[in-house]
Design a protein around this ligand. Sequence first.
Ligand code: ADP
Length: 256
Amino acid sequence: MTGEDFITFEGVHKAFGKNVVLDDLSFSVASGERVTLIGPSGSGKTTILRMLMTLTRPDRGTIGVDGDYLYHEKRGDELVPASEAHIRKVRQRITMVFQHFNLFPNMKVLRNVTEAPIHVLGKSKDEAEERGKELLEMVGLGDKLGAHPSQLSGGQQQRVAIARALAVDPDVLLLDEVTSALDPEIAAEVLDVLRDIARSTDTTMLLVTHAMKFARDVSHRVLMFNEGKIIEDGTPEKLFNEPEEERTQDFLRSVI
Ligand code: ADP
């Protein structure tokens, strides 16, 4: 961890109709930091990840990644909406693994992993395939390169999705409840793979998960959300062992 702010949310507000999902939210994440977002369903956690993927736009506020604004740019003293080209550039450095894998169903496993490096980053097919095989080996799927996603189990598909997300060598990896669609035993295998990855990389990670033991193992910091606000922010030891807020205590009792 370098300690410098890498991702910044400043005064971010988002409502869907009358439903205020994020309420003047500000926080930052340092380069190399792994931060888990916890909190009850509907408290805005996924919305934050989706904003970083530019899938959801904030109503107000700024979001920055490594000094570049995602939704706004500074021109002089003024904040103006970022251009599409600028957003695309920042967005390329961030990848996300979803709850439901979202693999390209018509492409074989290796091609799923090499698609973005070739077509977005402009890597050669050979280079992309070499790295793709390495990553698939790392997630335990070196023997499935030529399989179609439909021939794989849910846990295997999710491991392909993880390899695919890493293939572009992202600055930021977002993990959104990546095991909640899986049986507990299979989920544990996927979490083991992610634990190894977390230990061996300095990629900045934001995780939304209900797997609290996993969160405790891999996170540098945990943010507790409630009704669109961060109500507690601390190390996993502090937050899980001695939560200060009653709402956090209640939430942890309900999930552990
Ligand atoms: P969490 O990840 O903490 O469960 P979410 O960020 O998914 O919470 O959702 C926060 C709130 O925003 C929920 O009430 C959800 O129904 C609402 N929401 C999310 N996306 C949309 C959308 N596209 N349209 C309307 N409401 C939405």
